[in-house]
Design a protein around this ligand. Structure first.
Ligand SMILES: C[S@@+](CC[C@H](N)C(=O)[O-])C[C@H]1O[C@@H](n2cnc3c(N)ncnc32)[C@H](O)[C@@H]1O
Length: 290
């Protein structure tokens, strides 16, 4: 491992705003951020107060004022956690990624700029349910995740129902709000965009916004434009999918996701997916899911 990586790994171990594979965090994020704000060091995770549901029993919910918690999954350098943290001091933001050297970047910026509402958790997304209580998270952002283009890897896509079922275990369920219980996906992959739209459609989830050209003048001037989408990430700049278009979807995880439908999903995507871009599909006269 390179010397620079080792230095970054050592640095995040000392940062109060980075937790690596923490134990016992469900229900404690609001208290954690309160301690971060106070400048407590070190923050003793075990002694943090629980402020969110830990069971189905609504009466078990402690009556403590909570700041909304927004989670950025596969955050890389955490541009969304940091950028949103600047825009919304009234909310807490948590970036999650496996790679400590990437997290180091966002965590260092948050420390430098005194953003006490921004923190990071280093772990595997597959284990994400271990870290939150029911309805502890208000919103989820997923930006430029690996599109996992091979059909055999479809289950690894972060908007596959397999993952959405995990998110449902801790995402708020406020059916009447378009600001809470929402998942945002930003991607340059037409394939991941159409896949996600297919999932939303098949499982009957509520689609709030979808565009295959986020920065088009038309979309930017429409009432659907959301200033939060202007934040750019490292991978956004790389244009790996070579699509030259940023795709964006906002939807709610507001319906059950029956496992019985997963087979149907597999059949649908087997029909329309190839490892080409949507544009090349169109050029070849094939039909993609709209
Ligand atoms: C393509 S990068 C995107 C990073 C960032 N969102 C951006 O737009 O620049 C995907 C990120 O997902 C993270 N990742 C991939 N699989 C993961 C997993 N199972 N658990 C946690 N993070 C994961 C990688 O470490 C990487 O930082």
């Amino acid at each position: 491992m390179g010397q620079k990586k080792l230095i970054k790994f050592a640095a995040i171990k000392e940062y109060e705003n980075v937790l690596e594979y923490p134990q016992g965090m469900p229900g404690k994020w609001d208290s954690f951020f309160a301690e971060l704000e106070k400048g407590t060091t070190p923050i003793d995770v075990e002694s943090l107060a629980i402020t969110a549901h830990l069971s189905d029993d609504a009466s078990a919910k402690p009556a403590v004022h909570k700041k909304p918690l927004v989670l950025e999954l596969a955050c890389g350098r955490g541009e969304y956690a940091v950028g949103l943290g600047r825009m919304f001091p009234t909310h807490n933001f948590l970036g999650l990624d496996l790679k400590g050297n990437r997290i180091w970047k966002g965590a260092s910026i948050a420390n430098r700029d005194g953003l006490k509402n921004v923190a990071f958790i280093r772990t595997q997304i597959d284990q994400v349910t271990q870290y939150f209580a029911q309805e502890e998270v208000d919103e989820i952002w997923i930006t430029f995740p690996d599109p996992q283009l091979r059909l055999s890897k479809a289950k690894k896509r972060l908007t596959h129902p397999k993952f959405l079922r995990l998110y449902q275990q801790f995402l708020k369920k406020e059916a009447d709000s378009t600001h809470v219980g929402v998942v945002h996906l930003k991607t340059d992959s037409p394939n991941l965009y159409f896949f996600t739209k297919t999932v939303i459609d098949l499982y009957g989830l509520t689609l709030i916004t979808a565009t295959d050209n986020l920065y088009s003048t038309e979309f930017r001037q429409s009432e659907k434009w959301d200033n939060r989408c202007a934040i750019k990430t490292y991978y956004e700049g790389l244009n790996i999918a070579n699509s030259n278009r940023i795709h964006y979807i906002q939807f709610k995880l507001d319906k059950p996701l029956p496992i019985a439908l997963d087979e149907k999903l597999k059949e649908i995507i087997a029909e329309f997916e190839v490892t080409e871009t949507h544009d090349s599909l169109a050029r070849n006269g094939k039909q993609a899911m709209e």
